[in-house]
Design a protein around this ligand. Sequence first.
Ligand code: NAG
Ligand code: NAG
Ligand code: NAG
Ligand code: NAG
Ligand code: NAG
Ligand code: NAG
Ligand code: NAG
Length: 823
Amino acid sequence: METISFFLVYLLVFSILRTATAVDTLFPSQSIKDGETLVSADGNFELGFFSPTVSSTSRFLGIWYKKVSNGTVVWVSNRETPISDNKGVLLFSNHGILSLLNSTNSTVWSSNTSKAAQEPVAHLLNSGNLVVKDGKDKNPAEDNLWQSFDYPCDTFLPGMKIGKNLVTGFEWFLSSWKSIDDPAPGQYFVRINISGYPQLVIEKGSKIVYRGGSWNGLHFTGMKANAIFPVKLEFKLNENEVYYTSEPKNSSVVTRTMLNPSGFGQILIWSDKLRDWESLSTSNLDQCSNYALCGAYATCNGNDFPGVCSCLEGFTPKLVGKWNSGVWYDGCVRRTPLVCNKRDSYHKHTGLKLPDTSHSKVNKTMNIKECRQLCLSDCSCTAYTNSDIREGGSGCLLWFGDLLDMRDDWGQDGQDLYIRLAASEIANIARKRQSTEKERVAIIVGSVIIGMGMLILPVLCIRWRKRNKKGLTKKNHTMDSDEKENEEMELPLFTFGTIANATNNFSVDNLLGKGGFGPVYKGTLEEGQEIAVKRLSKNSGQGLKEFKNEVILIAKLQHRNLVKLLGCCIQGDEKLLIYEYMANKSLDYFIFDQTRSKLLDWSKRVNIIGGIARGLLYLHQDSRLRIIHRDLKSGNILLDNAMNPKISDFGLARTFWGEQTEAKTNRLVGTYGYMSPEYAIDGVFSMKSDVFSFGVLVLEIVSGKKNRGFSHPDHEHNLLGHAWRLWTEKRPMELIDDALGDFRLPSEVLRCIHVGLLCVQQRPEDRPNMSSVILMLGSESALPQPKQPGFFTERNLPEAESSTSNCKSSSANECTVTLLEPR
Ligand SMILES: *[C@@H]1O[C@H](CO)[C@@H](O)[C@H](O)[C@H]1NC(C)=O
Ligand SMILES: *[C@@H]1O[C@H](CO)[C@@H](O)[C@H](O)[C@H]1NC(C)=O
Ligand SMILES: *[C@@H]1O[C@H](CO)[C@@H](O)[C@H](O)[C@H]1NC(C)=O
Ligand SMILES: *[C@@H]1O[C@H](CO)[C@@H](O)[C@H](O)[C@H]1NC(C)=O
Ligand SMILES: *[C@@H]1O[C@H](CO)[C@@H](O)[C@H](O)[C@H]1NC(C)=O
Ligand SMILES: *[C@@H]1O[C@H](CO)[C@@H](O)[C@H](O)[C@H]1NC(C)=O
Ligand SMILES: *[C@@H]1O[C@H](CO)[C@@H](O)[C@H](O)[C@H]1NC(C)=O
């Protein structure tokens, strides 16, 4: 008894002592050794020594989150000078200089001060900023002798600055890590480029690779306003300094912006629900994010794959052949040269990401009329607009020379731009516009005369919409707002009759397969368009209105690696979804077939892996809906003519069972062989369960073998177990599909296996999220060692498996199970 109570008292005292040592201040008499830390007063941030990965022995002094996302590093001092043992120590060397010493007492890093301090102290503030002050200073709050916020690494925290002191030349900028396990400065920087009107850019060396754009009073012109909703941005521009800084609108919201080693910027917000960072926006949204992809005088449209680039009105491709083959960087040239007199005029474009302002000038007091005059008076001025969009617009921003790096799919987030054209071109545009008006009237009249009612109208509706997208009106932004609304909101409704006709009355001959939510039929519309029709099973338990709303939401999910929803049909009990038809069936049709698998060489397979990853990232992070697929498998990866992968059946789990408020379900949907352990056993799902399924897919694509049903003479492991075994025995190359023949790219294949194994690790928290997966696939940096995968053998599958009697064992991989109360 006594020993036990003594032990309890000891524990109590020990924990009190431990709490007492959680201090936020370092005095000159003290030091921080490896293993000791400073903790900010609110407990949000911690400073101490860390290694970037478990396997790494390098020690760095840094600051990381403590309360949320424990261990996510936000700042590193000795980025380029790691300490090789755990004998590092941080202390004040003299007069307020912080020094980091290694075991031989050599300084591997030190801070700097503007002046010597009498009584220096270092505080780790609640913002994550490490500041050095002079205790003697009368006004210490304002006088930091040094602060870590002046030397950001790859993470931009609220309160930091990015910009430049124009007097001293001191610059605040982000620099990427070299790789996820090496915090040394990498190739990429986020900075404010001050040539012309200052703009936020990501640079690789001195080359711009991405342009966040210039400040328009509310946000950066190259960023969508909704992407930054949780933070209040402030932009300062005067003769002394130019910078931007941010603060959270709600102090209980944790956000950070980071530049990853591949040069992608991401705005992240901590989700308590998911216990993970969610990406609010990323700089590599799509192809159009690449700086000046379309060259001069052209706009980029991320929705128009593979069209992407179009010349501005009044311009024509510089090199037509190259342009038409999809090489756009030469851009466009004027159809009619400027005469450079008062007869030049301006064509107004709306909804644009404004062009590069490297060669621009600004006058903040001018109005738009004066702006136009000023531009007209200078032959080299090519465009103008308001510099500030608040309160109806003010200020004047003028461009000189070529207009670069615009996009026209920004919608509400885009801006107006007046582009200079020769007078004859302006007249041309007006003529064209008139003739499109006529065409539109003709179509409407036509449909009335045909008058065959519901059967025909929906088809016309599609045709009309298509014409609108691709036709002459594309660059004509004078469409009235009602019509725009319609175009955005409306999902084509097909009549049941139309679809019954198209699918030969849902004939067995037209059956393409049976998916998780009902059979899928091939169909051909009267106008010849091929479609795939999913006839949903009837027990969705959802009201009609909710269903329709949900389908409209899904229809808005548009990504080149997602199958496109063309429309739907609701009639009585029947709910049909109409998709684009994929000529090349699904991935399983190829990779698991001896002959057909030869058609998928390595470059196709790696393209498929990358495409699936990007589609999934879009579902998880980049779309507004944040969808967990829950049934990712080879049968749900469809292939188009060019063997590009498109994920299907996304959003259906959500449609059927509503948005789950908690990450636990008592209705299990998924496919054995692809289900993560925590999902199959406990019904707990998260983005990490999709990551698990993705990992299984990657290993299947590399090996050409099914996870479930895999057998090997030497052991009873499934494919994951087999891959793991080969990995630990250092012969992973034996996993590779024989069908790939001699043509091999060893390092890349190996990387895919490595990433696949990281994705199927037992514990969800060990698995990377999809943005890291894309990063890992795309870079050559070292990766962490994978731990043992979940579901190693068939035997540790849950008991409930036996209740899926409706699955034929031969096609177990394809069969989707629906279990009630798995426990
Ligand atoms: C937080 O991270 C540190 C460093 O990685 C680790 O030592 C500590 O155990 C973690 N704390 C919790 C509660 O996970
Ligand atoms: C490093 O400095 C400490 C304190 O000044 C001293 O005790 C120690 O012997 C020194 N170590 C070496 C290797 O010089
Ligand atoms: C300590 O740092 C110095 C200077 O960077 C270096 O030459 C020395 O090898 C380091 N000592 C150890 C034990 O890492
Ligand atoms: C330290 O600060 C001074 C004055 O601010 C500056 O001149 C000097 O270049 C700085 N040194 C380093 C290594 O940053
Ligand atoms: C700004 O960007 C331009 C174009 O890439 C580059 O030439 C220039 O050096 C940059 N200016 C600064 C101050 O970084
Ligand atoms: C701030 O965020 C917290 C947590 O998300 C929320 O509960 C609270 O209502 C928010 N406060 C305001 C003023 O929006
Ligand atoms: C801006 O425009 C106003 C009004 O035309 C003019 O008075 C002023 O001098 C201009 N400022 C600059 C810096 O050119």
